[in-house]
Design a binder for this molecule. Sequence first.
Ligand code: FCB
Length: 455
Amino acid sequence: MNPPTPLFPRHRFPPGFVWGVAPSAFQIEGAAEADGKGPSIWDDFCRRPGAIADGSDGRVACDHFHRWREDLDLIAMQGVDAYRFSMSWPRVQPLGSGAFNAAGLGFYERLVDGLLQRGVKPYLTLNHWDLPSALQAGGGWATRDTVHRFVDYAAEVGRHLGDRIAAITTHNEPWVIATLGHEQGVFAPGVKHRATAMQVAHHLLLSHGLALQALRAQGTRSRLGIVLNLSPIGPATDSEADRAAARLEDGRSVRWYMDPLFLGRYPQDVWQHLGADAPQLQTGDLEAIATPMDFLGINYYTRAVVSASGPFDVRSSGKRITEMGWEVHPEGLTELLTRLHRDWPLPPLYVKENGAAFQDQLVGGRVHDVERTDYIAAHIAAVGEALARGVPMAGYMVWSLLDNFEWASGYAKRFGIVHVDYASQKRTPKDSALWYRDFLAYRRERIAEPAGTPA
Ligand code: FCB
């Protein structure tokens, strides 16, 4: 077989390195009220005038709830080792407390069994943002009660699926839930209050640690961890003001999560900066948060450049910019991974999301998404570079399998390696999907070769 380009001649990925693709429940499932599903805060947020750029919602999305078999076949055709998906909490427990919904759990059991039948490892995320609305009505993540509700939910899922899931992630991107959802108010539940956001972040971390303990107490065979969105954060200039602003931003978005998870404490400089907005802690919280993990997941899209005088214009960098307005900066991924390895005692690391939105054209049944293919190839090479520098990388997953509901941006931003025509729900693998498939097939062929052959 002809090797796909680029060949990554310098980069060796160890056998056992996990290659995957990822979407999330709210972004693809649709079936917003099917089989007893309760509403989530994202169902509610979509109804707010002006909240979603194109006025759309997740009621149908990719209709994955009804088309999951076809989608699993697409995943299997990709030749990936793993499929990272999330469970909709209100689908399996409509009110977020009390009765569980057998029909909702049944959907995920069929999905997991379907993956296993196709030789794909299920990687489950418990919370990819769609909190049951009933819990939000009681204060949501700002209240300590939600921490305990989440632990109950995690334990119930563990009882049903813990024997079949390769890895369980508690939360996807707690920074996004706290900061975009509760400080900037641009994501559900649309709150704009910094003290609330910091309490939310603390409760997310606490519920993560306690859920790990509950799952371990069951003797789960799944590997357990969390997924953080992290970027290397640098100053726009060498000025003292820009450097201080970058250090604070690094504190708020990277160290605020990494320090408690791996060192059992919050960063002092940020705590002081927050003043009265710092969260309320109870005895034992920090120990619970630092419960050892089996893996850490990282979502990486771009680097961050911080200026004390206001938002930095990424277009001044001269680099390619995606449809999200994000600078393409694969070196930033190597820099980030190397820094994490240097500054914290880490378990094996996975890139759990990486990808890009570009303007795709479906012409004659093909999407020639050269920019996305280049983006993915360059970031895989960046992971290879981190491996070469000794970072314990264990896997890489593309965001996303399908074009989907991109939160406040609606459907206009397409991240899929598979194109979705929303009118017909027809799926068409883009060139990037074909490239990723060939890359994985080529690697598999090389790994199968006798030892001693150059990788
Ligand atoms: C991440 C989210 C994911 C997707 C990508 C583009 O922050 O986890 O759901 O929206 O961004």
